[in-house]
Write a protein that binds this ligand. Structure first.
Ligand code: WTA
Length: 638
């Protein structure tokens, strides 16, 4: 299938951009008409930035799985939809064709229905990167249940928070997950979480590691026997629930500047369109190509560019269970060679970490199938960009540096690979339908080129966040109230002389650690749970591989006798409360924190100290006790 709306020349891009500005309704209606609908929409877009209400294709009815599965199961049944590469290279690859994937999705959807899961119910999914994770997500979408995938690295208490906030009725999990040389006991983590989750009525367990798990009678169901029961009773067909365009498709929890993660809500039609349109255009996908996005489905990148984007295009999406450095640092390149990967989409952190192994792991690997490379999640430094271009793409595969967020549903600013020019460290130009604006602290627009400011978006796009689950006001306040009339991204940005955008990093208290979003307040809350801790302040600092590291200043009730032990205890606490991804890289014990007279922590100073600055700490005269800064400087952790 060719895509008439694929932009193949710079002119086509500029024309589409202008069109999306001049007549957004006609522009998006034209693209939406290529999808399968049960009922047409009556209005393309309605939006009010002041109340944070946006709707796309209102009145329309559809099911996203028909657009991702049924239409390709009919037109190209034997094309591989999911190509799965196991953690252990000695184990066999699995493939699911579009026909097979649809069948599996319908079977599991029926199993869920059979146990009382219906349209609108929330279902949390906490699994490793196995094909059944994709099946579970799509099965929810098939019956209109709202999925909320929780990244497999989160702790029991993080799961409990999310399950409670979503009021989830079911959890789908695995006995365990393989990750490199480790196995992670997912089901027992879920069991711990469920002690505090009264809404959960059923737990579905897929066997993967075959380690023993406890199965609660009447609550826990075995994936395999439940689906086999459906097969045995001929319950193999599952009709696709007719969803309103604005019915929620999923909730994905993400960190912000407050202590509590928020459930970003995306709805059906607009999200589908956005994931699809951006996939086709940014990666310049051609029918038959193999797309390898290395993210985990627990993050938005996996939702949009492992599942919904590629599947809505009839592509073959490669799902990898393992990690880039196991059994050795050549694993990505082995996969590219073995499966003739055309498009590789990864994070700068992965590139930087692989760079530390030098080029030896790339020797004798045939990477000539690669046509397009992509990066996402954090700013890419020039060195990593050039290494990716030279060593991986061999100078022949254009790199798309894609800027976007959980809240935007899909890519917002990026060059179109090989079509519009790339520029190292720049995301370059907005996609059609995306209208960025830079503003100063007071919300005044900074016009012209060669300027920097806070990045905002001034018009609705189809993938725009619809709400934060259970608390719409929070959505309005977080994104639409800082600069009235604009969506505020939380990112700082430079627009160069050519009008190209470069995202410089967060301007709020959100860190990007190895491309994962972590709120400093969340880490502080976790540290403060330790019995011996009185108060803490967490800031980011530049980290060679992770992009940003986590630096924690901690006040204990009494100065710890054994600092090393106390550090270990605090790390353990953070792992328990959030998960290992949020463990600080440095912990410094202090007797006080720099505070203003009104008691506000001066993070600016703490950030500078963590960055290694010793002299220009700015104005410290407004501090309650300026002496504390001297003490902190003396105790700085390397
Ligand atoms: C950052 C990930 C620079 C940014 C898809 C954003 C980037 C946050 C880029 C969203 C990029 C993402 N260049 N920074 N190409 N892409 N970011 O919600 O700070 O996990 O606000 O979504 O990642 O992270 P999230």
């Amino acid at each position: 299938m060719a895509f008439p709306y694929q932009l193949k020349t710079p002119d086509a891009y500029h024309d589409a951009y202008r069109q999306s500005q001049k007549d957004p309704e006609a522009f998006w209606a034209g693209i939406a008409s290529h999808f399968t609908w049960h009922k047409p929409w009556h209005s393309v877009v309605r939006s009010d930035f002041h109340t944070a209400t946006h709707s796309w294709f209102e009145g329309g009815k559809l099911n996203i799985t028909e657009n991702c599965l049924d239409r390709y199961a009919a037109s190209q049944p034997d094309t591989t939809a999911i190509l799965w590469e196991p953690n252990n290279p000695a184990e066999s690859t699995r493939t699911l064709t579009y026909r097979q994937l649809l069948d599996e999705v319908m079977l599991f959807a029926n199993a869920l229905k059979h146990r009382g899961i219906c349209k609108g119910d929330r279902v949390c999914i906490y699994m490793g990167m196995v094909p059944e994770l994709a099946i579970a997500v799509l099965a929810c979408a098939r019956i209109g249940a709202i999925h909320s995938v929780i990244f497999g690295g989160f702790s029991a208490s993080s799961i409990a928070d999310r399950v409670q906030d979503a009021g989830a009725k079911a959890i789908i999990t695995c006995d365990g997950a393989f990750r490199g040389a480790k196995t992670i006991p997912l089901k027992s983590v879920v069991d711990d979480a469920l002690q505090h989750c009264p809404t959960v009525q059923s737990v579905w367990v897929l066997r993967r590691t075959h380690e023993p798990v406890s199965m609660h009678n009447g609550r826990d169901y075995d994936w395999h026997s439940e689906t086999e029961a459906m097969r045995a009773t001929g319950n193999t067909h599952c009709h696709a629930e007719s969803m309103d365009a604005e019915d929620p498709l999923f909730i994905l929890y993400t960190s912000g500047s407050t202590g509590k993660p928020k459930g970003v809500v995306h709805t059906t039609a607009g999200y589908m369109l956005w994931a699809h349109y951006t996939f086709i255009n940014v990666f310049q996908y051609q029918p038959g190509q193999i797309h390898f996005c290395t993210a985990d489905i627990g993050w938005i990148t996996g939702h949009s560019y492992i599942l919904y984007g590629p599947l809505s295009a009839g592509a073959t999406t490669l799902m990898f269970e393992g990690i880039p450095t196991w059994p050795d640092a050549g694993r990505f390149w082995d996969i590219v060679q073995k499966h003739n990967v055309d498009i590789l989409y990864t994070a700068p952190t992965a590139i930087r970490s692989l760079m530390t192994f030098g080029t030896a792991p790339l020797q004798n690997k045939d990477l000539s199938s690669l046509k397009v490379l992509g990066t996402v999640g954090e700013p890419i430094n020039a060195e990593a960009w050039h290494w990716y271009d030279r060593e991986v793409g061999k100078g022949n595969a254009p790199i798309a540096d894609t800027w976007w967020q959980t809240e935007t549903g899909g890519i917002m600013i990026s060059n179109l690979a090989g079509v519009t020019p790339a520029k190292p460290t720049f995301a370059t130009l907005p996609l059609p339908g995306v209208f960025p604006v830079l503003v100063d602290e007071n919300g005044k627009e900074i016009a012209g080129n060669g300027v920097s400011g806070n990045l905002c978006i001034q018009k609705p796009w189809p993938g725009i966040i619809r709400s934060t689950w259970g608390d719409h006001e929070r959505c309005r306040q977080t994104y639409f109230s800082t600069y009235p009339g604009l969506y505020f991204t939380g990112d700082g940005c430079l627009r160069d002389e050519d009008g190209h955008y470069r995202i410089t990093g967060r301007v709020d208290d959100v860190l990007s650690v190895s491309g994962h979003r972590i709120g400093t307040a969340e880490v502080e809350n976790a540290i403060n749970m330790h019995a011996g801790v009185v108060e803490s302040a967490v800031v980011g600092f530049p980290h060679d591989i992770k992009g940003q590291g986590i630096y924690a200043y901690v006040i204990c009730s009494s100065m710890p006798a054994n600092e090393t032990e106390m550090r270990q205890d605090i790390l353990q606490t953070v792992s328990q409360v959030i998960g290992p991804i949020a463990k600080p890289d440095a912990i410094q014990f202090v007797s006080g924190l720099p505070k203003t007279r009104s008691g506000k922590i001066m993070r600016r100073i703490l950030r500078k100290i963590a960055e290694g600055e010793t002299q220009n700490l700015g104005d410290t005269t407004t501090l309650l006790d300026p002496g504390v800064v001297e003490e902190i400087l003396r105790g700085k952790q390397a």
